[in-house]
Design a protein around this ligand. Sequence first.
Ligand code: IPE
Ligand code: IPE
Ligand code: MG
Length: 260
Amino acid sequence: MPANRNAPSQNAAATTSAVPAHVAIIMDGNGRWAKQRGLPRLEGHRRGSRTVRAITTAAFELGVRYLTLYAFSAENWKRPQDEVGGLMRLLEFFLKQELKTLHKNKIRLRTIGRTDALPAPVRKQLAATIAATADHARGTLVLALNYGSRDEIADAANAYAAAVAAGREPAGGCTWETFARHLYTADIPDPDLVIRTSGETRVSNFLLMQSAYAEFIFTPVLWPDFTKEDFAAALETYARRERRFGLTSEQIKGKLEVRN
Ligand code: IPE
Ligand code: IPE
Ligand code: MG
């Protein structure tokens, strides 16, 4: 069987390392953080964007190669119009501010999600930031924007069908490996660790297929309060876990042969 290009850790014993190559975060709890303080929800989002900066810097310093942040879901459009508008303006402002830091730290920006539906000023700022950081190789910051796993699967199915019609994929030969080439994450390794803040223990349509073998950490800390120490603690918890990928613990420890 060909190796699954989207699961770099499939041969777990050989490739699992103490530091996760890819951490994905469901940044939740901005609204509750604001509510607890009698502040408008948007103030929570503003404080949350500060956390984004701190955690991005910390993650790459700690050796993480890919950091994916769930910033706006496909379902978040259903929130009150002023909150959606405020989030979009905040995103535009954040991108403008972040460019210098991304350059300094040699971090490349990418997005996943239906970004075509974002407001024009945000799209423009995104395109500029992605182009300006395209050659950076120290790490990749992936923003999930207007992202939903179910949309992603539907988009990938359409793209796969179009590729079959054009003769670029074999008809009737769909495997996970060939299908995954059409996901938004085609050239991004699967997340090793998914963190969700705010105490909710659900995935909310985030990287459903890609996190098939991810480790999950749920923390009660609200996103604006999440610190680089909390992030480092999550990495320590991750390092203590044994990822088995369907094998036995003995196989993982190398005491038993792994059948192919
Ligand atoms: C997460 O915080 C940010 C986005 C979804 C954009 P929330 O706004 O969902 O915060 P809570 O869940 O209401 O506390
Ligand atoms: C998930 O949080 C989306 C983001 C963090 C951007 P939500 O707050 O939208 O998720 P639910 O609605 O509580 O499941
Ligand atoms: Mg929420």
